[in-house]
Design a protein around this ligand. Structure first.
Ligand SMILES: [Zn+2]
Length: 488
C-alpha cells in the first residue's frame, strides 16, 4: 500500500552545544581526564550550561571551533535568548542550531557577517577573531585585532606564543576557547602576573621522531618523557630556545623549535566541522492530506509515518547532521516532487516511511530499494546498503515482527520516489497497519519513538559502514548506541 508523498523543508543543524543535564555532564567526558589542562574551566562552563560536549561522553577538546559554535557559546554565556529564528544571513537558516544566538549577537554588535550577506557559520574561528569577539562581548574595548589581543593578554585571559606573537591567524580549539571563555567570565581562572599557566596549546612537530621532555631547560636536563609528534602540550614561558611545558599534569622543558602552532599533518582535525555537518538526510513520511495511505485498526498510515518521521528527526537534531523532511504536517506532495526534493536540498540519502496493508493476514517489516541498473537513479549499491542497515535496525527495534527482508524494487509498478531519485534511496514498510500483531507496535507512541531511533541508527550505520564516515561515530552516543557490524 504505497503511495507516498510530501514535503516541506526543515534545515536542522543540531547543536553540539545543546543544553543537557549540565550538573553531571562534565565528569562524564571520556576525553577530559583529571589531568587535562582545561578540566577546571570546561567543568565550570558545562555546569553553568554555557558549553556542552559533542555528546554526553565526549567533549572533543582538540576540535576547532566554528563561528556558529563560538556565537552559541558566547551567546549562552551572556544569557542571550537562543530561540532559533531567521537571521537574514543567506547561509544561516532559522533551523541552524545557533541561529538565535547569531541574530542576538549581531543585534548587540558583538558579531557580524560578511559584505556578501553570508555569515560563514561553519568556518573555523581564528585566534584574532576570538580576541575581538571576547572584547566586544565583555566590553573590553579592543576593536582592532592587536588591541583586542593586547587586552586579553593584559587581563590574563590569553597568552601569546613563544615567538612573541598572539597567533592571530592560528585557529582555536574547543579546549582553548573554553579556557578563554571561563577566564572572561570568572577572574579566578585568570593568569596572575608572574604565574605560569601553560594555557597556550602547541603541538610537538618532530616527524617520525619523539621529542625529549627534560627536567631542565638544557640538553643536560634529565629526560623525563618522550613525546610523540602531534602531542598537544600546554606552553608556559619560553626563553633561550627552551619552552616550559605541561603534558598530562607533568611539567618539563622541550626545545621550542620542535613546537608548532598547528597540529602537524592535519589542517582540520575532523572531516566535518562541528556545528554544521556536510551530511543531509531526507526523510519522506508517505502520503498525507487527502491521501491517507493504508488504514487499519483505527489508524491511518499518513499519521503514523509522520509521527515516526518526526521522532526520527528529533534524534538527528541531537547531532550536527542536517535533516530535511518532505512534510512535517498533514500535507501532500506529488511523488515526483518528493524525489526531486532530495537533489534540490543536497540530500545525501533519502528514506521514505510507510506502513503496509493487505487484508489483515499479512504481517512483518520490509525495505525496498530501486535495483534497475539502467535506471534514472544510479545509486543501486548504495541504496541496497542503506536498505540493509535500515531493515536491520527496524527488526532490532520491533523484534517480534516477521522479517520480510530487503527487496529490490524493479517491477513495472515500481516506486517513483526510489526510481526517480538521484541519491541513495530506500523505502521502509515498517509493518502492516491492518494486522493485529503489527498494530501493537505501530499503534504505540513509545514503539514509534523506538522506530525513530532505529531509522536514525540505520542511517548512521550506512554512513559509517558504507561511506566510511568515521566522523559520525560520536553521534551514536546520543542514543547510547554503537555501530552495526558491516552487513552490506
Ligand atoms: Zn504507504
Amino acid at each position: 500500500m504505497k503511495k507516498w508523498i510530501m514535503m516541506l523543508c526543515f534545515a536542522l543543524i543540531a547543536s553540539i552545544i545543546v543544553p543537557q543535564s549540565p550538573a553531571n555532564a562534565s565528569t562524564n567526558f571520556k576525553d577530559i581526564g583529571d589531568t587535562h589542562r582545561a578540566k577546571a574551566e570546561i567543568t565550570f562552563l558545562v555546569e553553568k550550561g554555557f558549553v556542552n560536549g559533542v555528546s554526553n561522553t565526549h567533549f572533543v577538546p582538540s576540535r576547532q571551533v566554528t563561528r556558529a559554535e563560538a556565537a552559541a557559546m558566547l551567546g549562552r554565556s551572556l544569557g542571550l535568548n537562543g530561540t532559533k529564528q531567521n537571521t537574514g544571513f543567506s547561509d544561516v537558516g532559522a533551523g541552524n542550531f545557533a541561529s538565535g544566538y547569531i541574530k542576538e549577537m549581531v543585534k548587540k554588535g558583538v558579531i557580524s557577517g560578511y559584505p556578501d550577506g553570508t555569515f560563514k557559520p561553519n568556518t573555523v574561528l581564528k585566534r584574532g577573531e576570538m580576541a575581538i569577539l571576547i572584547n566586544r562581548a565583555f566590553g573590553y574595548g579592543g576593536n582592532s585585532v592587536s588591541a583586542a589581543a593586547t587586552n586579553l593578554m593584559n587581563k590574563g585571559i590569553a597568552q601569546g606564543f613563544p615567538d612573541g606573537t598572539f597567533g592571530t591567524e592560528a585557529t582555536i580549539i574547543r579546549a582553548d576557547f573554553a579556557v578563554f571563555l571561563a577566564r572572561s567570565l570568572n577572574e579566578s581562572f585568570r593568569v596572575k602576573p608572574g604565574e605560569v599557566s601553560f594555557s597556550t596549546t602547541m603541538y610537538v612537530n618532530t616527524g617520525s621522531d619523539t621529542l625529549n621532555m627534560r627536567s631542565a631547560p638544557s640538553n643536560s636536563g634529565k629526560v623525563i618523557s618522550k613525546l610523540k609528534s602531534g602531542t598537544a602540550v600546554g606552553v608556559g614561558t619560553s626563553s633561550n630556545g627552551w619552552s616550559n611545558i605541561r603534558v598530562n599534569g607533568v611539567v618539563g622543558y622541550v626545545a621550542t623549535s620542535y613546537l608548532s602552532t598547528t597540529k602537524p599533518g592535519s589542517v582540520l582535525p575532523s572531516p566535518a566541522p562541528i556545528g554544521g555537518s556536510d551530511l543531509t538526510v531526507i526523510l519522506d513520511p508517505g502520503h498525507g492530506k487527502q491521501d491517507s495511505g493504508g488504514i487499519g485498526n483505527g489508524y491511518m498510515e499518513k499519521n503514523v509515518v509522520l509521527n515516526i518521521g518526526l521522532h526520527t528527526k528529533s534524534y538527528f537534531d541531537k547531532t550536527p547532521i542536517n535533516v530535511k523532511m518532505t512534510r512535517t504536517s498533514d500535507t501532500f506532495m506529488e511523488l515526483r516532487d518528493r524525489a526531486k526534493f532530495a537533489s534540490k536540498n543536497n540530500g545525501d540519502i533519502f528514506v521514505s516511511l510507510h506502513t503496509n496493508a493487505f487484508n489483515g493476514t499479512a504481517n512483518g517489516q520490509e525495505t525496498y530499494y530501486y535495483a534497475k541498473t539502467a535506471a534514472t537513479n544510479p545509486n543501486v549499491k548504495q541504496s541496497r546498503a542503506l536498505a540493509i542497515y535500515l531493515q536491520n535496525r527496524m527488526m532490532e527495534a520491533w523484534p517480534t515482527l516477521r522479517n520480510r527482508g530487503v527487496n529490490p524494487n524493479n517491477s513495472a509498478g515500481n516506486y517513483a520516489v526510489l526510481r526517480e531519485n538521484t541519491v541513495p534511496a530506500a523505502l521502509v514498510e515498517m509493518g502492516f497497519i491492518d494486522n493485529s500483531t503489527d498494530i501493537k507496535y505501530i499503534g504505540s507512541e513509545a514503539e514509534r519513538k523506538k522506530m525513530g531511533r532505529a531509522l536514525f541508527l540505520g542511517t548512521l550505520d550506512y554512513f559509517y559502514n558504507y561511506e566510511g564516515r568515521t566522523d559520525i561515530l560520536p553521534y551514536y552516543s546520543t542514543v547510547s548506541g554503537s555501530p552495526a557490524k558491516k552487513l552490506h
